[in-house]
Design a protein around this ligand. Structure first.
Ligand code: C5P
Length: 225
């Protein structure tokens, strides 16, 4: 049986992962966040105390050997040395170096293999930068999420700080996001056949509803429940 694939791509902090996770739950699919795999490999490389400017593809692939994946709820998530390392993976040093690692072709091949392996066993909602282009060119549905960079920065800070950020904090975060988008530009491509959704003025619930409806139409399966 061919598995269904929903690909959700977009720039940093566009809400891809939380949206993808929610969509997966609604559809009874498995969620896989490719960005979390790039982050896990980066964290594993940083643990080896080699300065990021000196990383070679071989060293990074070697570090990737300490990364495995495991089911967690309705997602498949990375482990480093057999343990969850969510705070480390989302921390500033990983965020600052992940784009450098993501540019290495051997690392991209490694991540793509992990994501495709999940899709051999499950119907998936996969999110990242190139799910609808390089990884799943034949996805049943491709969505490209965008949002105004100020709005993305604000959402990210609210999530991290659990309070309302100041305008200065939002401005600084906007700069970091725009910088990371520039570093990621070559590996971030909107598929020609992707549905573009601008979430600047949408509630997350609304984005999820829209994507679930598109997914059900695309895979023509009756709604469950
Ligand atoms: O999605 P998130 O911001 O967590 O991704 C972290 C980094 O991983 C991105 O900045 C990008 O460099 C890289 N990435 C990628 N291709 C993907 C997903 C993430 O290059 N499909």
């Amino acid at each position: 049986v061919a598995r269904a694939v929903i690909a959700i791509d977009g720039p940093a902090a566009s809400g891809k992962s939380s949206t993808a996770q929610w969509v997966a739950r609604e559809l009874g699919f498995c969620h896989v966040d490719s960005g979390s795999l790039y982050r896990a490999v980066t964290a594993a490389a940083l643990r080896r105390a080699i300065p990021p400017e000196e990383w070679t593809g071989k060293q990074v692939l070697d570090a990737a050997r300490s990364v495995s994946t495991t089911p967690a709820g309705t997602s498949v998530v990375p482990l480093i040395d057999g343990e969850l390392a969510e705070a480390e993976m989302r921390g500033p040093s990983v965020t600052a170096s992940v784009s450098r690692i993501a540019r290495m072709p051997a690392v991209r091949a490694w991540v793509n293999e992990q994501v495709r392996r999940v899709a051999r066993d499950y119907d998936v909602v996969a999110d990242g930068r190139d799910m609808g282009t390089a990884v799943f060119p034949d996805a049943d549905l491709k969505v490209y999420l965008i949002a105004d960079s100020w709005e993305r920065a604000k959402r990210r800070l609210v999530q991290h700080l659990r309070r309302l950020p100041t305008p200065e904090e939002i401005a600084a975060e906007t700069d970091r996001l725009v910088h990371r988008d520039a570093l990621d530009a070559t590996q971030s491509v909107q598929a020609r056949d992707a549905v573009l959704i601008d979430t600047t003025h949408l509630l997350q619930e609304e984005q999820v509803e829209r994507i679930v409806a598109l997914a059900r139409a695309a895979i023509r399966r009756p709604a469950s429940g």
